[in-house]
Design a protein around this ligand. Structure first.
Ligand code: HEM
Length: 413
């Protein structure tokens, strides 16, 4: 690795607020290759405090992967999706009409893990409600665009079926976040456990389908089967861990109990997504240490990621609420730093950059009741928020979420 690469990993780590970024052994900062790095994160740092220590790069979701592969190859995907139509709430029984191997599997995966704490989950839901504006901006702008510079994720998303309709895909991904943030997410009246299990089945289908895509095969990807436990943890760090870091950095008031509860909802979410408990960080310190090891060093531009970022930013900018593309570009740079902004070729708008640098901290202070006078540019941030919601929450029809269905094919071109 050259010094330039080493330096760019470190500055990138600093820009993202991920302390102690670990510089990779291989020249991964420019290629996004993960394979040459060893896994040293200790299972003693996990929610269960012990484990095999096996590298999560080689761990997928064997049982459901096998079931969905068989369903896909026998052409039953449409039938399975139809049977799941209307299956939304956690209290609803697993639908009749599913092949017995799927209903059997689902029936065994609807329960909270033994270490889940309902009091913390309820607190997390309340925290999500109190901080929803910032979380929306972090997930919708920072996390969303960061996913486009995670090479494995960008290539998987681009070459899978949903890559051809990013607005629909973004709406579905938002419904995951929406259901996770809901006040009743894990209660019987909530929807998250169903949403997470549907997502887990989608991921299983992608693991089976994507290796059959000649386009994905030609993309320069570096793994035989996508969406390992390692990859899911990377995505968690680009969303949950990144959100925690940004909230701290922006000095958004939150108690220790709030922070713990917020982490807990992600811990349970990861469990439902099929991540083994031995990899799920027990504390934010452990999560940040894991992120420094597996997220920061692998960020890199790809052709697919640049395209996806352009589509996503275009979708928000086209909702004409006066939010200019320059403002949006600069909000991405504000959250992710100039390395990422430059990789994605985001045109500079120095006036917008200055407005954000001064205006966003005042916006937070005003919203939190820490200053009395409304900042001059308050409306700009509110408009951005609404534009993201209009673009991605079910194509503008907020209040409803887009059902997640199992794909039966890859992106054809
Ligand atoms: C699908 C969430 C990790 C690749 C989905 C969907 C959700 C979701 C809600 C359903 C939306 C849809 O069908 O379009 C998550 C969460 C993750 C995670 C919360 C981790 C915290 C990953 C990773 C990858 C990935 C690590 C790849 C490296 C995909 C792909 C699809 C998908 C390719 C299917 C798109 C299609 O419909 O063709 N994910 N995901 N996901 N996810 Fe993930």
């Amino acid at each position: 690795m050259t010094d330039v690469n080493r330096r760019s990993v470190l500055t990138l780590g600093a820009a993202l607020g991920l302390a102690g970024a670990v510089v990779p052994k291989a020249a991964s900062a420019t290629t996004g290759a993960v394979s040459e790095r060893s896994w040293t994160w200790a299972p003693s740092q996990s929610v269960v405090g012990s484990g095999s220590g096996v590298d999560p790069q080689w761990v997928w979701d064997d049982e459901i992967d096998q079931i969905i592969a068989t369903i896909t190859d026998s052409g039953q995907t449409a039938q399975v999706n139809a049977a799941m139509d209307g299956w939304v709430n956690n209290w609803q029984p697993v639908p009749a009409g599913l092949p017995p191997e799927i209903s059997g599997w689902l029936n065994g995966h609807m329960q909270l893990p033994a270490w889940a704490d309902r009091t913390k989950l309820r607190r997390a839901a309340d925290f999500n409600r109190r901080k929803d504006t910032y979380l929306f901006m972090i997930y919708g702008v920072g996390g969303g665009i960061m996913s486009t510079v995670i090479p494995r994720e960008a290539r998987s998303v681009y070459h899978s079926k949903g890559g051809a309709d990013m607005q629909d895909r973004a709406a579905k991904t938002f419904s995951f976040g929406y259901d996770l943030s809901d006040l009743n997410a894990f209660e019987n009246t909530g929807e998250f456990i169903v949403t997470a299990n549907r997502t887990r089945m989608v991921h299983a289908a992608v693991r089976h389908l994507l290796p059959q895509s000649p386009h994905w095969q030609a993309s320069g990807h570096d793994e035989e089967i996508p969406i390992s436990n390692h990859d899911i943890l990377v995505t968690f760090h680009s969303t949950g861990t990144f959100a925690h870091k940004k909230l701290k950095e922006w000095k958004v008031p939150m108690s220790r109990a709030d922070e713990d509860a917020f982490l807990h909802s992600w811990q349970v979410a990861l469990h439902f997504l099929g991540v083994r408990d031995e990899y799920i960080p027990a504390t934010w310190d452990a999560a940040h240490a894991q992120a420094a090891q597996i997220l920061t060093p692998i960020l890199a531009p790809t052709t697919e990621g640049k395209y996806l970022a352009e589509v996503l930013l275009g979708l928000v900018a086209q909702v004409d609420l006066g939010v200019t593309r320059g403002f949006l570009n600069e909000f991405v740079r504000y959250q992710l730093g100039n390395d990422v902004g430059d990789w994605l070729g985001l045109k500079r708008d120095y006036v917008a950059a200055a407005t954000i640098r001064v205006g966003w901290p005042s916006y937070i202070l005003f919203r939190e009741g820490l200053i009395r006078i409304m900042p001059a540019n308050f409306y700009l941030f509110d408009q951005l928020l609404r534009a993201i919601a209009m673009a991605f929450l079910n194509k503008g029809q907020s209040g409803t979420t887009t059902p997640i269905t199992i794909p039966d094919m890859n992106r054809p071109t």
